[in-house]
Ligand binder design. Structure first.
Ligand code: UT7
Length: 332
């Protein structure tokens, strides 16, 4: 089907992390916790945290710049920038700011919010624009600074999260489509399991009209419920996508899950009978960086030379919404 065939190729990756690091031992001075508890329950040893002077846009742009360079194209060749984030610098979104920081003058940019599933939802969204022939070059960035929205006195959540950004370039190809299958899902009935809700303060404008002003509350999570949900839904959705892609589990070279908890990654791999050496994990160094976690882990594995051309990667994100999804693709 050469000529006008519109397949998706993932041709570049990038990552960016704030320079500040908080170790587990440091956390035990802030809340009643220990390095031992955090390591054994989550696999996390440290996390990178953005300084007050750092911005989500700047972090995301750094990751995007790296990905564009690896793809061997220039920012002005980008048609679309998708920023997957729950923590933009601005309520109206940060995509356009990143477009400007990158000098991607031709690109349209928008934000996509699907919490920790944001990267997978973004990959699927990017591929639709490519497959329909609308766009040739799409930059997808997953970036979050959850440290801004964590309650630093709540030990059940504050030990889990870190900040970062990861990016990929998706390009139209006339060769084989490298996005082999995907599925994305939502279940709003479980929305209360993981939230950072708007916290209104009523304000009366006239005797008949009142509105609310306010801010967002810190993150709250029912960890056990989210854990149960992830271990049940992630293997199921990956199996479904493998079936659609007509691939067997043995044909998966690498499993890159949302980096929330090493125990979740191990349990999912075990359920799918994927051997531990195929799991790509950097949760020990970054904690849970939400939409950034998959592209950060992918980028590191590519740059370390672990992931090679043609390798089949099964990826799955899960989190607030609740949302979850999986995508299987081949590296360029
Ligand atoms: O990115 C979004 C997706 N999020 C996730 O995937 C998170 C999924 N959930 C998890 O990863 C795990 O549920 C956690 C890591 C959050 C918690 O691990 P757990 O093994 O499910 O612990 P738990 O919530 O059942 O708590 C066990 C105990 C409790 O004490 P009691 O009630 O047994 O006395 C907690 O109070 O551990 C206590 N605890 C802590 N102790 C020391 C909770 N947090 C801490 C802490 N340090 N930081």
């Amino acid at each position: 089907m050469k000529g006008n065939y519109r397949g998706v190729a993932i041709t570049g990756s990038g990552g960016a992390k704030p320079s500040q690091v908080l170790q587990n031992q440091d956390l035990s001075q802030i809340v009643d916790t220990s390095d031992e508890w955090i390591r054994t329950r989550t696999g996390i040893r440290q996390r990178h945290l953005a300084k007050p002077s750092e911005s989500l846009s700047e972090l995301a742009a750094r990751a995007g710049k790296e990905a564009i360079a690896m793809a061997g194209i220039t920012p002005d060749q980008m048609d679309l920038i998708i920023l997957a984030t729950s923590t933009p610098d601005d309520l109206f979104g940060s995509g356009s700011k990143i477009q400007n920081l990158l000098g991607a003058n031709k690109a349209v940019a928008f934000d996509l919010t699907a919490a920790c599933s944001g990267f997978v939802f973004g990959l699927v969204t990017a591929s639709q624009f490519i497959r329909t022939g609308v766009y040739q070059n799409v930059l997808l960035i997953g970036a979050d600074i959850l440290s801004r929205w964590v309650d630093w006195s709540d030990r059940s959540t504050c030990v889990l999260f870190g900040d970062g950004a990861g990016a990929v370039v998706c390009q139209r190809t006339e060769e084989k489509d490298n996005l082999l299958g995907f599925e994305i899902c939502s279940d709003g009935s479980q929305n209360a399991c993981l939230n950072a809700p708007y916290c209104p303060t009523p304000a009366t404008l006239t005797s008949e009209v009142s509105v609310s002003k306010g801010t967002y509350e810190a993150i709250t999570m029912n960890g056990r419920e989210v854990y149960r949900f992830a271990v049940a839904k992630v293997p199921e959705v990956i199996e479904k996508v493998l079936f659609r892609a007509q691939l067997s589990v043995e044909q998966v070279d690498w499993l890159i899950l949302h980096q929330a908890n090493q125990r979740i990654m191990d349990a999912v791999a075990n359920r799918l009978t994927i051997p531990p050496e195929k799991i790509i994990s950097n949760v020990a160094s970054y904690g849970n960086t939400s939409a950034a976690s998959i592209p950060l882990a992918l980028n590191e594995a590519i740059r370390q030379g672990k992931i090679k051309s043609g390798d089949v990667i099964a990826t799955s994100g899960f989190g607030a919404g609740l949302t979850w999804g999986a995508a299987i693709f081949q590296w360029r």
